[in-house]
Design a protein around this ligand. Structure first.
Ligand code: NAD
Length: 255
């Protein structure tokens, strides 16, 4: 409990903010890993994830989806807690995260902001109250031009919350990236649209549209530091917890 907090992807946009927010929260920064040759001034760089896992009590991971399996294995083997923010993780990566969570505590969230965490909770309740036969659910998101995955992890998280509220499987009802002659909207579909441009940190709107009314929830992140402060809060919360897969709902006491 005294090695400090490590950061995977420390030289990235999120990683650099996390390296500031860890000490700002009164915690020790153990150091980090990134791709070869990348470094962050004032932070110890570890040679690989295995070394970081051994040298930290908890690892904040905002790196790349391709690292998920290797990071899951290294952290589980070391018994090091994991706060995972990386998005775009595929089915094999997800299976590795779930297997790791049987051995270590893992907080996994598509979005670490308190506002989005509340939005996810509200989305599930709204979906349960607004029947799919009358209310079409559509999710629109916009992000900066550098973002590599679409729809965003947060948008998918919103879709999963709506699906959960309706008792359906998102994979069965997801309608993404409409283009060309798509035919009429299937009843019960959960639609996704992704906009990319400029330096938008993250905007998400969940719309329920019926014949007679629309209701929408919108969240705008102005500064990605909101994700960093939430993730550091999760890192402080997760240490010493039993193995398991936790979300920001657990961290905020909403679960
Ligand atoms: P970024 O590209 O600026 O940073 C990613 C960093 O990871 C880079 O420094 C890169 O060199 C490093 N990296 C890539 N492969 C690596 C490897 N094999 N080993 C070690 N390091 C490696 O991206 P970003 O904007 O900081 O976002 C990082 C991830 O976090 C993305 O998946 C993004 O979608 C996600 N994200 C999640 C949240 C959230 O709240 N959950 C918020 C913001 C971003």
């Amino acid at each position: 409990m005294n090695k400090g907090i490590g950061i995977a992807g420390i030289a990235g946009r999120m990683g650099r903010l996390l390296a500031e927010e860890v000490p700002a929260a009164g915690a020790a920064l153990a150091g980090g890993v990134d791709r070869p040759g990348l470094a962050v001034e004032g932070a110890r760089m570890f040679p690989d994830i295995t070394a970081l896992a051994a040298g930290a009590d908890v690892v904040l991971d905002f790196s790349h989806a391709s690292t998920a399996v290797a990071h899951a294995n290294a952290l589980a083997a070391a018994g090091t807690a994991w706060v995972l923010g990386t998005t775009g993780i595929d089915a094999a990566g997800e299976a590795a995260v779930r297997a790791a969570a049987a051995r270590i505590p893992v907080v996994w969230a598509p979005n670490f902001s308190a506002g989005v965490t509340l939005m996810l909770a509200l989305a599930e309740r709204m979906a349960a109250a607004l029947p799919a036969a009358q209310y079409d659910a559509e999710i629109v998101e916009m992000h900066h031009r550098q973002k590599v995955d679409a729809p965003s992890g947060t948008a998918i998280g919103l879709g999963q919350a709506v699906a959960k509220g309706r008792g359906v499987d998102l994979a069965q009802v997801k309608q993404s990236g409409r283009d060309g002659h798509t035919g009429p909207r299937p009843q019960g579909a959960i639609g996704f649209a992704a906009l990319r441009g400029g330096q938008v940190v993250g905007e998400h709107t969940l719309l329920f549209a019926s014949d007679t009314e629309h209701i929408a929830l919108t969240h705008r992140a102005f500064d990605r530091r909101t994700f960093a402060t939430g993730a550091v809060r999760a890192a402080l919360w997760v240490q010493g917890r039993p193995a398991g897969l936790y979300s920001m709902h657990d961290v905020l006491g909403l679960a």
